[in-house]
Design a protein. Structure first.
Length: 138
C-alpha cells in the first residue's frame, strides 16, 4: 500500500510551514548565526571539530525546527558525556541563554507563545548536543 495524504496530515504540514516561516523571521535566522559562529570557532581550534559539526547540525535545526525533534542516540557513550561538558563551557551556556531570552521575548505576544515554547525546548540540545540526533516527527 502507498502512503495516503489525509486532510489532517496536509493541514499539519501547512501549520508547520507557517510556524517555521514565522520562526525563521522572528528568531531562527539569528539563532542559526549564533550556532554557525560557534561552529566556525570550533573548526578554527581544530581539536574541537566534532563540536563544530554538532553546532552546524543544530544551526539547521534552529532555522527550521517545526516538524523535527531531538532524540537521544543509543550508541552515545562516555566520550559524548565528556564532550558535552567541554561544549557546555565553551558555547552551550551562551546559546542556551540566547534561547531563554528569545523564548521570553516571543512569549510576550499570543502569536509568539508557540515559538517561545519551541525556543525553550531547544535549550537542552544547545547545552548538551553530543549524543543526540535530529529526526523528523513521526
Amino acid at each position: 500500500m502507498g502512503w495516503v495524504t489525509t486532510p489532517d496530515h496536509w493541514q499539519a504540514g501547512v501549520v508547520r510551514t507557517l510556524l517555521n516561516v514565522l520562526w525563521l523571521v522572528l528568531c531562527g535566522f539569528w539563532m542559526a548565526i549564533g550556532y554557525a559562529l560557534a561552529g566556525i570557532l570550533c573548526f578554527v581550534l581544530i581539536i574541537t571539530i566534532p563540536f563544530g559539526i554538532a553546532s552546524f547540525r543544530i544551526a539547521g535545526y534552529a532555522l527550521w525546527p517545526f516538524g523535527r525533534e531531538v532524540v537521544q542516540r543509543r550508541d552515545a557513550g562516555a566520550a559524548s558525556a565528556v564532550g558535552n561538558v567541554i561544549w557546555f563551557v565553551l558555547a552551550g551556556i551562551w546559546l542556551a541563554i540566547g534561547h531563554a531570552l528569545t523564548g521570553v521575548a516571543l512569549c510576550l505576544t499570543v502569536i509568539g507563545i508557540p515559538l517561545g515554547i519551541a525556543s525553550f525546548k531547544m535549550i537542552p540540545v544547545s547545552l548538551l548536543p553530543l549524543g543526540r540526533e535530529i529526526v523528523p516527527v513521526r
